[in-house]
Design a protein. Structure first.
Length: 128
C-alpha cells in the first residue's frame, strides 16, 4: 500500500492520496456536483490535465498540474451555467480556480484533512 511506504502518518497519507485523485479534484473544484459525476466527465473526455485529455478518474494529480474543461465541452448545454455556479463557490486552499478559463491548478498537497469515518480502523482492517 503506497500510503504505508511513505514517511509520516499512514492515515494522513491515505487521505492525501484519496484527495489527490482526479475525480475528487474535479469535485473539489466545483466542476461536478458529485464524485460520480466527476468520474463520468473524465470518462467522456471532457477533462484535460496539463492540456492533455484525461481518461482515468483515479489519476493522481500533483502540485503544479492544471485541470481544465475541454474548450469544446465548455460550450455544451451541460456546462452552460457552470461559470455562474462557480462564482458562489470557494475551492479548498490547496486548489486555485480560474472561473473564466474553467481551469484549476494544484497549489499544494492537500493538508488538514478530516475523514468522515475512523480512518485508523480502516487501515488496521486492511493491514491484517
Amino acid at each position: 500500500m503506497k500510503a504505508s511506504k511513505d514517511p509520516g502518518s499512514t492515515a494522513t497519507k491515505l487521505l492525501q492520496l484519496l484527495e489527490s485523485r482526479l475525480d475528487n479534484v474535479i469535485f473539489r473544484l466545483g466542476f461536478a456536483p458529485s464524485r460520480s459525476m466527476a468520474r463520468q466527465l473524465i470518462s467522456h473526455g471532457h477533462i484535460l490535465v496539463n492540456k492533455r485529455k484525461a481518461r482515468s478518474p483515479g489519476l493522481q494529480v500533483e502540485k503544479g498540474d492544471v485541470i481544465s474543461l475541454r474548450p469544446e465541452s465548455a460550450s455544451k448545454v451541460t456546462f452552460s451555467k457552470l461559470r455562474e455556479t462557480l462564482k458562489k463557490y470557494n475551492p479548498p486552499a490547496w486548489l486555485s480556480l480560474d472561473i473564466e478559463k474553467l481551469e484549476g491548478r494544484i497549489l499544494n498537497e492537500p493538508k488538514d484533512l478530516e475523514a468522515p469515518f475512523e480512518i485508523n480502523l480502516l487501515i488496521e482492517s486492511f493491514s491484517k
